[in-house]
Every structure is written in structure tokens, then in C-alpha cells.
Ligand binder design. Structure first.
Ligand SMILES: *[C@@H]1O[C@H](CO)[C@@H](O)[C@H](O)[C@H]1NC(C)=O
Ligand SMILES: *[C@@H]1O[C@H](CO)[C@@H](O)[C@H](O)[C@H]1NC(C)=O
Length: 557
């Protein structure tokens, strides 16, 4: 079977080359011959409109055909990829949503590191690595042997092996393709033999739902309860989730907390992570960053990647701990290095560093297809900077807009603000202040972005897309300054300018209207007078700030 694997890999490489070189007509030809892998690629390309005109119906048709023929990839694509992209913003992806709820990213100055960190699917992938014990080497050959050995044991009725294989098939990885049917069968066998872990995982499968096992809260609850009653932490954690999100039961934060606590006490990382989250957000308990830190720390010791991520965010923003960029970066690196996708990301980043934008773009595009938000953002970024020649000039902004949209749907604040900017300036779309306001609002309300608040202040000040309102403008400026220390300087400038406008209005109210009406400010001071004013103030401030060493934005990598 190594032979088969080798051929399989070669096919993949050839396909990637075909795609990179845009030999899409060749792909189409091969696809017509019914080659499964090629059909998958073509369907992907159609789905995301990369290299091919986007056609979701056509893509869907191909995937459905493949799924009927039993291609597990196509089956999961329909279940996950479409949901991921189409409904990502609506909470279709639980993990992405969870992270959104958990830590609204605030600081933009961690961009460099964050550009390595993918959220969402990365978590699902890597967690499995931690669950299956790793006997030293991880070369492909050994893994294959190991899997076969597990299969041998499972057939002999070894319950542990059945559970392990169930987990492997549930998530896919280590050379095992995701296959919910097989996962279900393994878990079912083990559960019938009385294994509580398997019962809990059956609960998970029903809770999450898939092509093979349709989502069913009641059945999920039944299995979770059964496992939890027998003291299984996975079941307890599952029950906690059911109570937290009201799946099959009314929402009950107290009970959720209780079950997470039980699971955490037994060292189950999901329970620890959820407890941390509840303390972090003050759900069902009083908000307590110290406790949150404690549980995230515990979960991170077990290698939970999301815990590393949360810890990094807390250290980066100084939440519950002294702000420490150094620690944050170490933690972020930890996250970065765990993902299986990291190699590809690193390679893409390498190309980017070397200035080979075309290659970087293609690699990021492929990763973006798989739903990695960071890759989507980077695709948009490269296009935004006009770094690559791959696409026609007039396609650049629309494509960038598309990828910002996808990244924003996954909760990436900067992408959300970019969407606002694109509509504000009319990049890749018509100028549309109202839509810009909508995006800035989202970024401001959901992610507490100082930048977005600032922009809203500006739009209120100028009356762009919303009613002109100097008072509201001031409020947004103040909020921005409060949300981030980094916003304080621009906010100060904007407020100075507002003060100036105030003064003018005041003068007008003093019946100096006539005098003022003769003075056309734009004529007197030039059309950009407000910018000049701000520049003067900025220069004054600059001399002021030069003495202060400004925090830790240097030395990230
Ligand atoms: C399960 O519960 C969730 C949360 O209340 C709900 O959104 C979902 O529709 C339920 N699933 C089914 C199949 O009823
Ligand atoms: C711009 O887009 C149109 C299609 O909308 C295309 O026909 C044209 O070649 C493009 N222009 C350039 C300069 O690429």
C-alpha cells in the first residue's frame, strides 16, 4: 500500500502543478474521464471561483456525484466546506464561533505572528494528534504499520483500539481519511462492550451531525448522560456543552459549569477549556480572569491548542496578567508549530519573504480553499498590495474583497475593517458608505476594534453613510481611545479637530454667522485644512512622544 500512497501523492503534486499553471482545461478533460481526485479539485476550484469562474451549483453537483460514489472527501466537503464558507458568519462553525466568543482579538500589532496562526479548523485537526499517543517517530511508514496494528487489535475485539480508530476516522489524519461511518461503527462496537469513552464519542457524533449520522440532540444527550453517569469526563463535558448551548435541554449555566468542573477535575482538557471560557466571559459565574488563566494553563499543559491561543491572547492584551509580548509570542509560536498545515503556511510565508508573490499567492490560495482564515487574509493582503501578477488588474480588488469577506466571516477583525474600507473607497465594488458603516459597526460591536470605532467617529463627524453628529463622533473617538492605548494618539488628534469644529459652531452661535459665512475655510486654509491642522498637532505630539519608548512592537520574530 506504500506503492499506492506514492502514486496518490504524485497525482496530487501533478494536480497542484496543473492548477498552479492554470492548465484548467487539462483538468477539465481529466475530470470528464471521471478521475475522482481531479473531479474534487475541479469542484473546489468552481466552488471558490479560484482559477475557474465560480459556480457553486456546478461545484455542488460534482461533489454530490462524488459523495454518492463514496468519496469521503466530497462527503465532508458538502458537510463542512459549504457550511464553513456560507454559514461561517452565522455560527455554522462551532469552533470558529467559540473562538469568536472567547477572545475578541484586539491588537493589530500582533499581525506578524497572527499571520501564522489559523483558527477554526486547525484546532480540530491538531487536537487529534494530542489524543492519539505518539510513539516517538512519526514517519509515514511507521504510522501505517501502527494503524494496521490497531486494526488488527480492533478486529480481535480490543476496545481501546476500537476507540482509538474511531477517533482517527472521526477527524481524519495520520494517513486515515475521515470516515464517519467507520468511526461510528468502531465507537458502536466499543460502546456495546461498555466503553464509556465510546459512548461519549457517539454522543459527540450525534451532537455535531454529519452526512452519515444526522444531528440529533436527544440521542446525543442520551449518550452523554449514559457516559457521564458512569463518570466519563468526555460525557460530562458533552453534557456541559448541551446545557451551555441548550441542545436538547433548556440552557442552564449552573449545570454546564458543574459538568465542566467534573470533567476538568478528571483532567479532561475540553472541560478545562470550557471552564476557562466561562470564567473569562463571566458566563454562569462572576468574571474572573485569574481563574480563566488557571484553567487555560491546565488545558495548555495537556497540549490543547486553543488553550495556547487563549493564553497568548491574554498575555498579548494584558488581560488578567501583566502584558507580555514576549510570552504571547512564545505561546503563539506554540500554536503555530502544532498545526499540520503549518508546513504549507510556512512555505507560503517563505515565498512571500523571498518576494515571490505569485508563488506565495498560489500557496495561500490553496490553503484558503481549505478554509484557513489566515490564508484567506493573506491572499487578500497580497492582492490588496498588488503584489502578484497572476490576476488581471481589474480582477485584483474584487478577488481581494472576496477573500476579505471569507476571512471576516470567520471573525478576523482586520478583514472586517478592510471590508468597510473597500466599500468606503470603492475598491472592487461601488462606493457605499452605508455598507462601510455596517462593517465598521460589526467590528466595533463584536470585536471591540478601536480602528472601527475611530472610523465610525469619523463617519459621524463627516456625515458619511450616517447622520452627521458631532456628539456621537466624539463618543466613538472616546471609545476607540478606551479600547486601545494605541488609538490614543489618533483619537487625541481627532478630538482636537472636533474641538476646533466645536469652537467654530460656538462662534456661529454667537451671531458671527455673517462674518464666518464670508470666510470660506476651505479657501482660507486650503481644501485639506483639517489634515494640516492634524499634522501640526501631530508634529507637536511627536516631539512629546519621542522621549517615551513605545511598547513592544519590535522584535516579534
Ligand atoms: C439542537 O439544539 C440546537 C440548540 O438549541 C438547535 O439549534 C438545533 O436546531 C437542534 N437540533 C435539532 C435537530 O433539533
Ligand atoms: C477587465 O475585465 C474584462 C471582463 O470583465 C476583460 O474582458 C478585460 O480583458 C479585463 N481587462 C484587463 C486589462 O485585463
Amino acid at each position: 500500500s506504500t506503492q499506492v500512497n506514492k502514486r496518490y501523492n504524485i497525482v496530487l503534486v501533478v494536480l497542484d502543478i496543473l492548477i498552479q499553471k492554470s492548465y484548467i482545461f487539462l483538468l477539465l478533460k481529466v475530470a470528464e474521464m471521471g478521475h475522482v481526485k481531479v473531479m474534487e479539485k475541479v469542484a473546489y476550484a468552481m466552488l471558490f471561483g479560484d482559477f475557474l469562474p465560480q459556480s457553486i451549483p456546478q461545484a455542488k453537483a460534482i461533489f454530490e456525484k462524488l459523495a454518492l460514489e463514496g468519496s469521503p472527501k466530497a462527503q465532508t466537503v458538502i458537510a463542512t466546506a459549504l457550511v464553513y464558507y456560507t454559514f461561517g458568519a452565522l455560527g455554522g462553525n462551532l469552533v470558529a464561533q467559540m473562538i469568536l466568543d472567547l477572545v475578541p482579538p484586539r491588537k493589530v500589532d500582533l499581525m506578524t505572528c497572527l499571520s501564522y496562526v489559523s483558527r477554526g479548523s486547525a484546532v480540530q485537526r491538531t487536537r487529534l494528534l494530542d489524543e492519539v499517543e505518539n510513539p516517538g517517530s512519526s514517519s509515514g511508514m511507521l504510522e501505517e504499520d501502527l494503524i494496521q496494528y490497531y486494526q488488527f487489535l480492533a478486529e480481535k475485539g480490543d476496545v481501546q483500539a476500537q476507540v482509538g480508530l474511531g477517533q482517527l476516522h472521526l477527524h481524519g489524519g495520520r494517513g486515515v481519511e475521515q470516515n464517519h461511518q467507520r468511526a461510528y461503527e468502531y465507537f458502536n462496537q466499543a460502546a456495546n462492550a461498555g466503553n464509556t469513552h465510546a459512548m461519549a464519542f457517539l454522543g459527540k457524533m450525534y451532537s455535531e451531525g454529519s452526512e452519515y449520522v444526522s444531528q440529533n440532540n436527544d440521542t446525543a444527550l442520551h449518550y452523554f448522560k449514559k457516559a457521564a453517569d458512569l463518570g466519563n469526563p468526555v460525557g460530562q463535558s458533552g453534557l456541559g456543552m448541551a446545557y451551555l448551548y441548550g441542545r436538547g435541554v433548556p440552557v442552564n449555566y449552573d449545570l454546564a459549569l458543574k459538568y465542566f468542573q467534573k470533567a476538568a477535575e478528571q483532567g479532561w482538557v475540553d472541560g478545562q477549556l470550557q471552564l476557562g471560557t466561562m470564567y473569562y466571559n463571566g458566563i454562569g459565574v462572576k468574571r474572573d480572569y485569574k481563574q480563566a488563566l488557571k484553567f487555560f494553563n491546565l488545558a495548555s499543559q495537556a497540549g490543547h491548542i486553543l488553550a495556547f491561543y487563549n493564553l497568548a491572547q491574554m498575555h498579548a492584551t494584558g488581560t488578567g496578567v501583566m502584558r507580555s509580548c514576549h510570552t504571547a509570542v512564545e505561546l503563539f509560536k506554540n500554536v503555530c508549530e502544532r498545526g499540520r498545515w503549518s508546513e504549507r503556511l510556512m512555505a507560503a510565508y517563505g515565498s512571500f519573504k523571498e518576494g515571490d508573490m505569485d508563488s506565495a499567492l498560489v500557496q495561500y490560495l490553496l490553503l484558503a480553499e481549505q478554509g484557513y482564515e489566515v490564508a484567506q487574509s493573506n491572499v487578500a493582503f497580497i492582492l490588496d498590495q498588488k503584489g502578484s501578477q497572476i490576476f488581471n488588474e481589474n480582477e485584483t480588488y474584487p478577488r481581494a474583497l472576496l477573500h476579505w469577506t471569507r476571512a471576516a466571516a470567520q471573525g478576523y477583525t482586520v478583514a472586517r475593517i478592510k471590508l468597510g474600507d473597500y466599500h468606503f473607497y470603492g475598491y472592487g465594488t461601488d462606493v457605499d458608505y452605508e455598507t462601510a458603516v455596517i462593517h465598521y459597526r460589526l467590528a466595533s460591536e463584536q470585536q471591540h476594534s478601536a480602528q472601527a470605532m475611530f472610523n465610525l467617529g469619523y463617519m459621524h463627524e463627516k456625515g458619511l453613510g450616517i447622520k452627521q453628529d458631532i456628539h456621537l463622533a466624539k463618543r466613538f473617538y472616546d471609545m476607540a481611545a478606551e479600547a486601545s492605548p494605541d488609538a490614543q494618539v489618533p483619537v487625541f488628534l481627532a478630538l482636537c479637530k472636533l474641538g476646533f469644529i466645536y469652537a467654530l459652531q460656538y462662534l456661529q452661535d454667537l451671531n458671527l454667522k455673517e462674518l464666518l459665512s464670508q470666510v470660506d475655510l476651505d479657501q482660507l486654509l486650503g481644501p485639506e485644512w483639517d489634515l494640516y491642522l492634524m499634522t501640526v498637532i501631530a508634529l507637536l505630539l511627536d516631539t512629546f512622544f519621542i522621549l517615551r519608548s513605545i511598547h513592544c512592537s519590535q522584535n516579534y520574530f
